[in-house]
Ligand binder design. Sequence first.
Ligand SMILES: [Zn+2]
Length: 310
Amino acid sequence: MRKNISNRIWDILTCPYCESSLLRIDNGAKCPDCREEYGYSKQGQLDLRLQRKKSYQLQFGLGTSFLPGEDADFGVLRKNASSPIDFANIKIPLHLTEELISYFPKTEQNGDIMLDLGCGKAIHREVCRHTGFEYLGFDYSLPDALILGDAHSLPFKDNSFGFVLSIAVLEHIQYPFVMMKEAYRGLKPGGKFIGTVAFLEPLHGVSFYHHTHLGTFNSLQFAGFKIEHIAPSAKWSGLTALASMKLFPRLPRFISELLIFPLYLLHRIWWKLGYLITHSNRASEKFRILNITGAFSFIAHKAADKAEGS
Ligand SMILES: [Zn+2]
């Protein structure tokens, strides 16, 4: 059974090689320029993955500082008091938090599409439904994606999405700078890019580059994003992640957390002592969380106009 792709989504599909708009054919899609044809996967997904080698050029501005300014915060995320969406009574899926979803945008425009870039099992679909965007689940191989493709070469027109979500994906990407550029290209001016990336989580699946807060900042800034927040998770620490993902795999999470709790408690006491003795910022609670977090979340956008972009 083929998954149903709406006309609005067909309208933004492009060839992942030459970026030409795709033509719909009986058993898939065809590029009018390079003549590449794309079929459906066994699960009925339109398969727009790269089928042969493609080269991609990036330009790096060496000798310039990419470090954040003094005003960059890197503290834990607080709930957005002016959230446009009421998420009351919604079950928040894995990796998302009440704080993070409070930054989700709401579309006023009928037919605006959002991209779940690396949607996995599409567990964010339900939360995203509240944003009013049409949900497009995209992944490299999983059966719950509507369209299969490569995050390094998104098969979508420029400025297609009002919102791009990318949860726990970046660490699995071979060339994260390329994915960031692609996410930026796919976003409409003013569109939001929200996501998370592993920091002290242990190796899981195919992980290439876990990101520090500075790494996250650099990847986003390199692509051109305006960064609003980069925040460590206080609850999902490196210790929690290690315990639940690798030290005691397959144990329910609350038991693995219980087992690691004595060590966590000692760590908290040790840092508290350090702060009481030194009063140094480097022994503060904020610095502790930044140093031991399992993952960072980020909120960024594409400048709405030239004035903001400059
Ligand atoms: Zn083509």
